[in-house]
Design a protein around this ligand. Sequence first.
Ligand code: SF4
Length: 323
Amino acid sequence: MVVLIDQALSSAPVARPRHPEKAGRPDTPRLPKPAWLRVRAPGSVAFAETMQIVAEQRLHTVCQEAGCPNIGECWEKRHATMMIMGAICTRACAFCNVATGLPKALDAAEPKRVADAVAQLGLDHVVITSVDRDDLADGGADHFAQTITAIRQAQPTATIEVLTPDFLRKDGALETVIAAQPDVFNHNLETVPGLYPRIRPGARYFHSLRLLQRAKELDPQIFTKSGIMVGLGETRDEILQELDDMRSANVDFLTIGQYMQPTLKHAEIKRYVDPAEFEDLKTIGKAKGFLLVAASPLTRSSYHAGDDFARLRAARRAATQAR
Ligand code: SF4
């Protein structure tokens, strides 16, 4: 059974509704979960230790805020994905469980606390993401850069992956993040362009695609990564076109996972995609030239990110030698 962790593990304030903009909407239908969709329930000693470190450092994680079904497995391995710049997002995507509203001022001490947590958790590979901060002049790019620098100082051997917002209308923001030299630049396209007005209304498909392309132009050695959810009503042809779009933008690593409906006020699940279809998409993605494709019902951007980064590096080495 899929465990959707919402209020129970969230560190966002509970006094306010998480999604005030969705409160007046009619409920969306809930599709029964297929029997094969199962996750490990949270509860191990390592899970509790991870939670303690996150709490002591007063950090937010996307694992908690997004209600990720993999938290039991990931936190048992101490793999927590830090979400910087608060737990309140300025966008209101129809798929996302992160609370919406007006965020607080940036916490200048947060980069150091994130770095300390990375060292305490002993992470070899860390994924840093954030809420959207449309309220900030640089979209939070400098805070990302400071966090990367702080992690490099605290845990010099760790490789760093950033999963950023789209920095729409934030000139120079991407350049700031890339100048801090993360190992992986990740920005999720999330869904097919035809569904953007319904699912990701605050974003623009071609802007996001161009962001990925530009990241590689700014640093040809950086690994670029993007992901989509399936089960939102997209067609197979739309998915295949999007994969071509990503390859045109030189994206190295593709992730594809099943969309899960956080609450009845969020977009409905149109269908559960069969595991065999994920395998099919993985094969197609590899054939289209991605260095690596992770595709399964429970695949998320940061799921198995450390192991996948090692595979990504190996795949680039092999491709370079084959030339
Ligand atoms: S898949 Fe990512 S977001 Fe989900 S629990 Fe694992 S690290 Fe956290």
